[in-house]
Design a protein around this ligand. Structure first.
Ligand code: ADP
Ligand code: MG
Length: 724
């Protein structure tokens, strides 16, 4: 009772495919005192819950090391170093194995050409020995350690295959009916293939790490901190929130922060994707990793490390490598039974052909041995175990490079095949930076109207609120302090300003509150809508005293994006809380198929659900302001993150930099990535699924099996890495 359970987090190296995950999970969960184990292939990490009274950390680590895995320093930069080192090791093994394989091939060809000498079998044996005891030795160790724990994995499969080739070869030296040369060469090829597979997966992992290395390299290692006017240089790791850093022209900004002194052009394109450099002033936010082009800035740190914008992008990219679309989860389950199946098939066909030879008195020993070896060649699973994860990792990395962060497997399975795409208007289809273009005041001074409205909006984050405050500042209207400030999402705000009750929001909302509009105000509302302006009404102490018209321009690329989706036969819908007339005009200008105006946040969800009930798959694109529930309800939620805010948990895909075209680009990328994944599966399936039965006939020479295998792996690799 009340046993204390501890959590051990480890970064491990040497995981090459789904089988390794199985092996580790089985081996570790069998240790006494281990409660549960979780392994992530893509992350190469392991979380173990264990009872420290029954087992120690070291014992768990020892088990892993014995299985041939390396424990890495959890600190990322080091881990990257180590995965590079692992790749170098795999490459060295591959080169050695390659040389031996070339030797074996020359020998093989010379035998085909009839150049058989009595030395041939011995040369072949020497080659087989050198590869199995040289670059292939680690496989033996791993196979042995797995078998010791009762685990059947690909290493075991390979060892049985290679050893039976070798033993067959030795038998062949004494039994005239068995060709020793071919069998020795078969075990050379089989080992070489395994080494190639190991190298390949190490290569893919390092490639996908490179996306992260690139992001990490955007962070300077040392920063200049200002304390009471004096400058100190220190490591970025020691930087804390609240400190002040100084950034000079041409330097990278080391962290997220607010400018407290200076002015400069800042280029954020590499970090956020925001294409044009912007001039930043005191009070403006900056994001770590961007370049300060032409001024010196003193910046108060607001976020460092994993909390920063860059840190969160890195986290999303890492996460994206860990998730698995359903289809891969199913595959993982299938693979669990696969190795025992192949092992049994090999042994069964071996036995079958022995009995067959005995009954029919053919004395044919080649057939059973060929059957055994080729079944293990054709059944070698990493084509299957690697094929799909590789394609997904590859495609996520490609997307991340374009600042499209894919966060769920569903995104792959659904987004390319959507029927309807719904766009939120404010901040998504438009820039989300409305400007006040017209103010109409009735029975009150214009500046006074703005004073009340902007003061009430002072603490709101909504783009309209910001526009009102900016307008007030530009007109040198000094704002007061609102009391009892209240937000009505998708409607407006209320507050007490200078002891008067102020309501700012959609004219409809004011109407529902029982506030009357004069005829002229009604006329202005219609007039604004006709001019495609977003209209907010302002009431003071229950009387509507004016309306304000704002213009929020549609993004430059919006029209093109809509046309692209229409061309793909995807129905496009514009959804907005803004007034119907304005929404209609914008929808018409941009070519939307349908529009909904005057929509409250909850109704956004209902509209999406309604479309889903008609059987259509729906994607929703929003900016996270007033549309998070709709993003969740949609089959695929796409968040368009502008500026530095990317903490949008309700989305499947996050696009930073605010370029709407990326919404379409993401669809294309995922479509290609998913197609690649399925193609890889097909290649792997044909190879394993068709190859094993053919091999079981015992008629396929091991060399032919090797050639088939090399072709299938090459096909997988080429298909995975050719441009997306
Ligand atoms: P969209 O659905 O286009 O993204 P929102 O749901 O954010 O728009 O807002 C819908 C409407 O509600 C706005 O057009 C505006 O009339 C009103 N509104 C929302 N928040 C505010 C606010 N803070 N101040 C004034 N009006 C607001
Ligand atoms: Mg919005």
């Amino acid at each position: 009772m009340g046993e204390r359970i501890e959590r051990l987090y480890l970064k491990i190296g040497g995981i090459s495919c789904s089988f390794c995950v199985e092996t580790i999970e089985k081996a570790v969960s069998r240790i006494d005192g281990v409660e549960s184990v979780r392994v992530s292939l893509a992350h190469e990490e392991l979380i173990v819950y264990y009872n420290p009274k029954l087992v120690t950390k070291d014992e768990i680590i020892y088990t892993l090391e014995e299985l041939g895995y390396t424990i890495k320093d959890p600190r990322r930069a080091r881990a990257l170093e180590e995965s590079m080192e692992e790749l170098r090791r795999a490459r060295r093994r591959l080169i050695k194995a390659g040389i031996i394989t070339i030797g074996a091939t020359i020998l093989m060809v010379s035998m085909w050409l009839g150049l058989k000498t009595i030395f041939h079998p011995y040369i072949a044996m020497a080659l087989a020995l050198s590869i199995m005891a040289g670059p292939g030795l680690w496989i033996k160790k791993r196979a042995y350690n797995s078998i010791k724990r009762g685990i059947l994995n690909q290493h075991v499969l390979l060892e049985i295959g290679a050893l039976s080739g070798f033993i067959g070869g030795i038998l062949g030296l004494v039994i005239p009916r068995i060709p020793p040369g071919e069998l020795f060469i078969a075990s050379v090829y089989l080992t070489a293939y395994h080494i190639l597979g190991d190298y390949t997966s190490a290569f893919v992992r390092v490639r996908s790490d490179q996306a992260i290395i690139k992001l990490l390299s955007l962070q300077p290692k040392r920063v200049t901190v200002v304390v009471e006017g004096n400058e100190f240089v220190k490591s970025i790791d020691d930087l804390r929130v609240g400190e002040v850093v100084r950034v000079r022209p041409g330097e990278r900004i080391p962290c997220d922060g607010v400018i407290i002194m200076g002015k400069a052009t800042v280029d954020e394109s590499i970090v956020t994707g925001e294409p044009t450099p912007v001039i930043k002033n005191i009070g403006d936010d900056v994001v770590g990793g961007s370049i300060c082009v032409d001024g010196t800035l003193d910046i108060e740190v607001t976020a460092v490390g994993e909390d920063s914008f860059l840190g969160r992008i890195i986290k999303y990219v890492e996460e994206a490598r860990a998730f698995k679309p359903n289809i891969i989860l199913i595959l993982d389950k299938v693979l669990r039974y696969y190795i025992p199946f192949v092992l049994i098939t090999g042994l069964a066909s071996f036995t079958f052909w022995i009995i067959y030879a005995y009954i029919y008195g053919t004395m044919d020993l080649i057939r059973p041995i060929y059957a055994l070896i080729t079944v293990y060649v054709m059944g070698y699973p990493c084509a299957l175990g690697m094929a799909m994860p590789l394609a997904i990792i590859r495609s996520n990395t490609a997307a991340a490079m374009e600042r499209i962060l894919v966060r769920s497997g569903e995104a792959y399975q659904v987004y390319p095949y959507i029927d309807v795409i719904v766009f939120d208007k404010t901040g998504t289809v438009t820039y989300g930076r409305p400007k006040v273009v017209d103010v109409y005041a009735e029975g009150i001074d214009r500046d006074e109207l703005i004073y009340y409205a902007a003061t009430a909006e002072r603490y709101s984050e909504h783009p309209i609120a910001r526009a009102l405050v900016e307008y007030a500042e530009a007109h040198e209207i000094y704002l007061g302090i609102p009391r009892e400030f209240h937000v009505y999402p998708g409607e407006g705000v209320s507050a007490i300003v200078s002891n008067k009750v102020v309501l700012v929001g959609r004219p409809k909302m004011l109407e529902e509150e029982g506030i009357k509009f004069s005829d002229y105000i009604r006329k202005m509302i219609t007039n604004y809508a006709g001019r495609r302006l977003t209209t907010v009404a302002v009431s003071i102490d229950g009387v509507c005293m004016g309306v304000i018209g704002l213009r929020d321009l549609p993004r430059e690329e919006a029209h093109k994006v809509i046309q692209k989706f229409k061309k793909d036969s995807v129905k496009t819908i514009l959804l907005s809380g803004d007034n119907k007339m304005t929404v209609r005009e914008i929808a018409r200008d941009l070519g939307f198929d349908k529009y909904y105006g005057d929509v409250m946040p909850e109704r956004k969800v209902k509209i999406i659900r309604g479309i889903q009930e008609s059987g259509a798959r729906v994607a929703m694109v929003g900016d996270g302001i007033n549309d998070a529930p709709a993003l969740t309800q949609a089959d695929v939620g796409i968040a368009l993150a502008t500026g530095t805010d990317i903490a949008i948990e309700s989305s499947d895909i996050i696009i930073t930099g605010g370029n709407l075209m990326k919404v379409y680009r993401a669809k294309k990328l995922l479509e290609k990535g998913y197609r690649r994944t399925k193609e890889n599966l097909l290649v792997a399936f044909i190879f394993n699924g068709v190859g094993v039965p053919i091999a079981a006939t015992g008629l396929l020479p091991p060399t032919a099996a090797m050639i088939a295998m090399i072709l299938s792996v090459s096909a997988l690799l080429i298909n995975t890495f050719r441009g997306l």
